[in-house]
Ligand binder design. Structure first.
Ligand code: IPM
Ligand code: SF4
Length: 465
């Protein structure tokens, strides 16, 4: 009896470790060589890696497991590439196109119906699936972990390594469980949960960990919101975020472009059922959050932990970092989110540019007008999301309200394309980063949910009620 128990105990694993173990090719010196199922690439972090391959005369190991998109540098106005003025952007986009042609990689360029931000198109096309190992030369790759996968951002030299070998040496992280319980109040979302967690526990509490989000709130949460949650794991310091795949996940992946079909799908579902953490005791650390009374959260400073719940005042400037942030933002302790002089509202990015986010924003803006002091820009994160908006008439709602409705891309999330926030301008943004100059030189970013951003567009300021 005792022996049986021992054997059983040994076999129990976290969801993360199950997938990890299934992908280990060989181990050495506390590191594992992981097989990579899916490699997503974009124009910014791939050119040097391709160059490396050419210089060393190496081949691309699995072109069929590598997929490319153009997102960071692409303009969001209707006229595509011919309008790009920045020479570096043109060079990066042209190189991606040439490299994909030379190495036989499927590229979703600006003319493709599947084009979009890399972290949007993976799940949307059924490429990012439960049980897979997924990498991309981009820090927000943890997003895909919401599908029940191991997904993480890698550097350019690692991109080259995966190109050449389809494998990557990695040190296994520790496992943290974040248990989320309670019913989310109306209009409070995954974005508020992750901002709250970072506010409470800092921007580094996840360093060295893979974070699994679980609990009844997660079970009741739509896949698109789970993607938002995992997207910002990196803002908490964690390279990995992961969520157990369930019926909602299966429903989401079913019938997508690359999802297995027919019998193969049925067989695959049997495997998906096994993808769960066997016991909470297996986590190296657990944090618990009850969201029953959670309010919307908005950032006031220059990292995501400098955030308040909308019923709070901005805190004392008791650190050098906070003092510097207040100076930069021209805001003061004791103020509230209502005092932020917002001029631009940006609804988009890989955090909140999905169709669900568009629906929430449209619901708020329906039949209303954007405040005269506000410029409101809506950028669906992918062509699929944009086309879906048009199918549902959301584009009309946005345009009638006075918003700009644009082509997909990273857009105002980062100042790498033509979409930039002017100096000293405060932007209510549904993106994930708010450091100095993130959205343009001397720009000021305030992170919030699509619901809060859309409300702000109408009211002309962040609303407390
Ligand atoms: C350009 C890219 C390398 C970068 C990242 O890795 O995250 C970008 O996507 C970002 O969000 O800052
Ligand atoms: S939308 Fe923003 S966070 Fe996401 S990949 Fe693009 S630049 Fe990075």
């Amino acid at each position: 009896m005792l022996l049986t128990n021992l054997v059983e105990v040994k076999l129990l694993k976290t969801l993360f470790n199950k997938i990890w173990d299934e992908h280990v090719v060989v181990s050495k010196d506390e590191k594992d060589l992981l097989y990579i199922d899916l490699h997503l690439i974009h124009e910014v972090t791939s050119p040097q890696a391709f160059e490396g391959l050419r210089l060393k005369n190496r081949k691309l190991r699995r072109p069929d497991r590598t997929f490319a998109t153009m997102d960071h540098n692409t303009p969001t106005i209707k006229e595509h590439r011919k309008k790009i003025e920045d020479p570096l952007s043109v060079e990066q986009l042209d190189s991606l196109e040439k490299n994909c042609r030379d190495f036989g990689i499927e590229l979703y360029d600006m003319d493709s119906e599947y084009n979009g931000i890399v972290h949007m198109i993976g799940p949307e096309m059924g490429l990012s699936l439960p049980g897979k190992t997924i990498v991309c030369g981009d820090s927000h790759t943890a997003t895909h972990g919401a599908m029940g996968a191991i997904a993480f951002g890698i550097g350019t030299s690692e991109v080259e390594e995966v190109f050449a070998t389809q494998c990557l040496w990695q040190k296994r992280p520790k496992n943290m469980g974040i248990k989320i319980t309670g019913v989310l109040p109306e209009n409070v979302s995954a974005k508020d949960i992750i901002l709250h967690l970072i506010k409470e526990h800092s921007t580094s509490f996840g360093t060295g960990y893979a974070i699994e989000f679980y609990g009844e709130t997660i079970e009741n949460m739509e896949v698109e919101d789970r993607l938002t949650l995992c997207n910002m794991a990196i803002e908490a310091g964690a390279k990995f975020g992961i969520i157990r795949p369930d019926e909602k996940t299966v429903e989401y992946i079913k019938d997508r472009k690359y999802t297995p079909k027919g019998e193969e799908f049925e067989k695959y579902l049997k495997y998906v059922e096994t993808l769960k953490t066997d016991s909470e005791d297996l986590f190296d650390e657990i944090k618990i959050l009850d969201v029953t009374n959670l309010k919307p959260h908005v950032s006031f400073g220059t990292n995501p932990s400098m955030t308040v719940s909308i019923d709070e005042k901005f805190p004392e400037a008791n650190t050098e970092e906070l003092k510097k942030a207040y100076d930069y933002m021209e805001l003061k302790p004791g103020m509230t989110v209502e005092d932020i002089p917002i001029e631009v509202v940006f609804i988009g990015s890989c955090t909140n540019g999905r169709i669900q986010d568009m629906r929430i924003a449209a619901e708020v803006l329906k039949g209303k007008k954007v405040h005269e002091d506000i410029r409101c820009i809506v950028v669906p994160g992918s062509m699929l999301a944009k086309n879906q908006c048009e199918e549902e008439g959301l584009d009309k709602i946005f345009i009638d309200a006075g918003c700009e409705f644009r082509m997909p891309g990273c857009s105002y999330c980062l100042a790498m394309n033509e979409d930039r926030i002017a100096e000293k301008v405060h932007c209510a943004s549904t993106s994930n980063r708010n450091f100095e100059g993130r959205q343009g030189h001397l720009s000021r970013t305030h992170l919030m949910s699509p619901y809060m951003a859309a409300k702000c567009a109408v009211a002309g300021r962040v609303e407390i009620e």
